[in-house]
Design a binder for this molecule. Structure first.
Ligand code: SAM
Length: 268
């Protein structure tokens, strides 16, 4: 039986405290308990549940998605309230998102987004030097882009859920048949939370993603504090041992300073 637990996570818009509600398998319980203990030590308060999501255009850039890629069947792992699924579905693409957040109703997710907006914007202004303000010109523009993406998600969510495009689930155990997708994506979940999720968790999650898709792409490869994830090397080595090829590829996207590469894994 899944265990309901509140898991504190720091989002990319770092220094913001994000608390996501997770249904965790027994396998993940140890990770969650460790994280909660660490958060308690750091004095974080567990009083909010805050989702946050990026736009379709950001996904396309983060993962260097070509027109051919977008015509393939795509799985987003940990898409949360990102606008990627809504927009790609609108364009006629084949896209599915899996996230523990989708156990919640649209009204509950909407309330959580609304409740966090001011805090996120305030902290972005405080930490603006950690970001590159070229394609997104200002904190105000960032707010508009993020809210527009999340409104697109919210408008699509109930219908998308009925169509099976938004599925409640979690890594490292996806409710999908082997090779049911061409590409599996992870944006701002794997590697970003390297301080909270172990190397073993990352390897299991990536092996699971390669089980369900022919190709996996993960962005970014940095931790929340902007340092390179210590799990990338372990994950690449473990995947190679299992016969999967991987490469680190520069992408045409950099918002968090230094985050401009993705990991691409191909099933052998
Ligand atoms: C920082 S958000 C990123 C959302 C989106 N991918 C984006 O880049 O805009 C991280 C997401 O990971 C989801 N998540 C947390 N634990 C997960 C797990 N075990 N498997 C899949 N997704 C998970 C959270 O619910 C949240 O929506």
């Amino acid at each position: 039986m899944p265990v309901l637990i509140f898991l504190a996570v720091l989002d990319l818009e770092r220094n913001d405290l994000f608390l996501d509600r997770h249904y965790l398998s027994r396998d993940l319980l140890g990770e969650a308990v460790r994280l909660n203990m660490r958060c308690a030590k750091m004095g974080f308060s567990l009083d909010k549940i805050v989702p946050w999501g990026r736009s379709f255009e950001e996904y396309v850039a983060m993962f260097s998605l070509t027109e051919d890629d977008l015509a393939r069947s795509i799985l987003g792992c940990g898409d949360g309230p990102a606008g990627f699924n809504a927009e790609l579905a609108r364009q006629g693409g084949s896209v599915t998102s899996i996230d523990p957040l989708y156990a919640s109703s649209s009204s509950a997710i909407r309330r959580r987004i609304g409740a966090t907006y001011d805090t996120v914007m305030r902290q972005m202004r405080t930490n603006r030097d950690d970001y590159i303000w070229s394609s997104i010109g200002s904190v105000a523009e960032l707010g508009r882009i993020r809210m527009s993406a999340m409104h697109a998600f919210l408008a699509d969510y109930d219908g998308g859920k009925r169509e099976g495009r938004y599925i409640a689930g979690e890594l490292p155990c996806l409710p999908c048949a082997d090779k049911s997708f061409d590409i599996a994506l992870s944006s701002h979940f794997l590697f970003l939370y390297s301080a909270h999720l172990s190397a073993q968790f990352h390897v299991r999650a990536l092996v699971e993603m390669v089980r369900v898709a022919s190709e996996v792409r993960v962005f970014p490869l940095l931790c929340l504090d902007g340092t390179p994830s210590p799990h990338v090397g372990d994950a690449v080595a473990a995947l190679e041992e299992r016969g999967f090829q991987s490469e680190i590829i520069a992408v045409p996207y950099e918002f968090q300073r230094g985050a401009h590469e993705m990991l691409r894994i191909i099933a052998a």
